[in-house]
Design a protein around this ligand. Structure first.
Ligand code: GTP
Ligand code: MG
Length: 326
């Protein structure tokens, strides 16, 4: 068991050049995720720690190549910036959609396992409040502590997790690939709206060009529907052949420099959205639990027999619920 008294020594260790640094960093990340009293101590101790310069969220359909692309980006980043550290948080191995993707992700990124300037963290989503959000935020702070310049958060683009990731990331890349479902489907799922950057992976496959045009059209349509003048062009890359990756990294850098002035503002707005969502989630759970506990058959009978109106019954039930919630 780690106690909060161990935290200063772990922090010191994680920042050192001693071989145990990565183990110490991993233990700090576990504390950050566990949502215990130690978590609060850790976050307090990290208040002044540097934050990663760029937090890039990568989302997209299962199998579109997010892990392969992350792996290529790590290689390109390490070539481009030999002195800088890069962190990866691979989220959602427990998702039924990813079918044990954790192992695959690990294998795909394994060729960086011995590089001290690459830190890879697999983060399981738990059923806790806020899902990935709160724990991952702490993990990010530890990534900042150990000097990660760029942090990539990879998530499975199904369900809630991609929207949570967007609340944490400074920029979000949506990875699409030919044969991974049609663009209309992604439009419907809202994926297109959340991306700052669209990457069409598997450029080496025969219908990649056609698919890229299809996505470009969908993005143009979305931009005009929103009245936006800025049209985002999809990026065609192949993680397998390593084509377009350096240009992609350059683009990420340019985007981050352009947006950096707004990031504090953006981070604030995202924090607001995040806190609001977590509170609403918690409130909903409490309301549901309270609702199960109250007897509402009598009032319903009163409606049916005409003794009460729906509005008065609802009004009374809402007041009753509100009085029961802490
Ligand atoms: N042809 C081709 N195949 C690729 C490319 N990139 C990845 N793949 C293949 O696509 C499959 C899925 O790749 P992953 O990187 O695991 O995809 P992912 O999006 O991380 O998958 P999940 O984590 O399960 O959602 C693997 O079989 C890869 O070898 C590419 O550029 N071209
Ligand atoms: Mg993956």
């Amino acid at each position: 068991m780690i106690s909060h008294q161990d935290i200063p020594a772990l922090i010191q260790d994680a920042c050192s050049e001693h071989p145990s640094w990565s183990r110490a960093a991993g233990r700090l990340m576990s504390i950050a995720e566990n949502s215990s009293t130690e978590t609060a101590h850790l976050l307090a101790a990290l208040t002044n720690a540097a934050e990663p310069r760029i937090v890039l969220g990568i989302t997209g359909a299962p199998g579109s190549g997010k892990s392969s692309l992350t792996n290529s980006l790590i290689t390109a980043f390490r070539q481009q910036y030999p002195e800088r550290r890069i962190g990866v948080i691979a989220i959602d191995p427990s998702s039924p959609f990813s079918g044990g993707a954790l192992l695959g992700d690990r294998v795909r990124m394994m060729n960086h396992a011995d590089d001290p300037l690459v830190f890879i963290r697999s983060s399981a989503t738990r059923g806790n409040m806020g899902g990935i959000t709160l724990g991952t935020l702490g993990v990010l702070r530890v990534m900042g502590l150990i000097g990660c310049d760029l942090v990539i958060i990879e998530t499975v683009g199904v369900g809630q997790s991609e929207f949570e990731v967007i609340e944490i990331a400074d920029m979000t890349a949506v990875v699409l690939a030919p044969g991974q479902g049609d663009t209309i489907q992604f439009l419907k799922a809202g994926l297109m709206e959340v991306g700052d950057l669209f990457i069409i992976n598997k450029a080496d496959s025969p219908d990649a060009e056609r698919y890229c045009t299809e996505v470009a059209n969908a993005l143009r349509y979305l931009a005009s529907a929103k009245g936006s003048l800025e049209i985002v062009q999809p990026f065609l890359v192949s993680a397998r052949l390593n084509t377009g990756i350096l240009q992609l990294l350059e683009h990420i850098e340019i985007f981050s420099q352009r947006e950096q002035a707004n990031w504090l503002c953006k981070r604030r707005a995202k924090m607001h959205a995040r806190i609001k969502r977590v509170i609403f989630e918690e409130a909903r759970k409490q309301i549901e639990a309270a609702f199960e506990a109250i007897a509402y058959t009598d009032p319903i009978d009163h409606i049916i027999t005409g003794q009460s109106t729906v509005a008065t019954v609802i009004d009374r039930l809402v007041k009753q619920l509100a009085s029961q919630i802490r």
